[in-house]
Ligand binder design. Structure first.
Ligand SMILES: [Zn+2]
Length: 235
């Protein structure tokens, strides 16, 4: 699970949202050297369903920042890797207002435009859905229909592609939200539960591995190859 691939100032408050471009480059090289293929959630879901033994790592990028298009995409391309990006349907071409409106010190980071999202899809990147407005879906005031059904429709209509994978904002979900996501026609959904996904996982609550500013190469290897993240599944 990545968010933003960007060099940031020392003063940035939420460093964990960012990974430095050189660190990301090194991480993709590590995957390649170990014989893994970086792929989309849809590819990984198909592999889990079919019992494929290919060494796959699904790469996900929440929020759909412009730095995915400018920085991550060329690096993925160089390795023939795919990925899934999760744009916020109602904020395409804007910025992370869900952070900046809270005045919590998180700086504004521009989000991809429709044209850039089109470009991603043309290059084989899966476009998922990260709700309409990035509100927490467990908040009783949230309009679930708009955040799930309308968001999917908006992305599908604008990009003229199927939108198959949902990403719960803040990793917040419950049974009712899972049912809404499934009823809207999503085939899988990703959470912020930590673990490496296995074929025992429910496709509507796939776990992920957080990769942050602080993930040095040795920790990246430990997260990938050992039970380190699996042991954190329910914490
Ligand atoms: Zn998000």
């Amino acid at each position: 699970m990545y968010h933003s691939i960007k060099l940031i100032e020392k003063s940035e408050v939420m460093k964990s949202l960012h990974v430095a471009p050189n660190a990301f480059k090194r991480q993709m090289l590590i995957l390649k050297k170990l014989g893994f293929r970086g792929c989309s959630v849809m590819d990984a879901g198909n592999a889990l369903r079919s019992g494929s033994t290919e060494k796959l790592v699904a790469l996900t990028f929440d929020d759909g920042y412009i730095n995915f298009y400018n920085t991550a995409l060329p690096i993925l391309d160089a390795h023939n890797f795919s990925a899934t990006v999760f744009p916020v349907a109602g904020l395409v071409g804007k910025s992370n207002v869900w952070d900046t409106e809270k005045n919590n010190g998180i700086s504004a980071n521009p989000l991809m435009s429709w044209k850039q999202l089109h470009g991603c899809a043309d290059q084989g990147i899966e476009i998922g859905c990260h709700s309409m407005s990035h509100r927490s879906l467990i908040d009783p005031k949230t309009d679930l229909e708009s955040e799930v059904v309308d968001a999917k429709k908006k992305l599908a209509d604008k990009l003229k592609i199927n939108i198959e994978t949902f990403c719960y904002p803040y990793g917040h979900y419950n049974k009712n939200i899972m049912n809404a996501v499934s009823a809207a026609g999503f085939s899988s959904a990703v959470t912020m539960t930590r673990a490496r996904a296995t074929d025992n996982d429910d496709l509507l609550q796939l776990p992920r591995i957080p990769i942050t500013w602080h993930t040095l190469p040795h920790l990246f290897l430990v997260k990938l190859l050992t039970t380190y993240e699996d042991n954190r599944r329910n914490k």
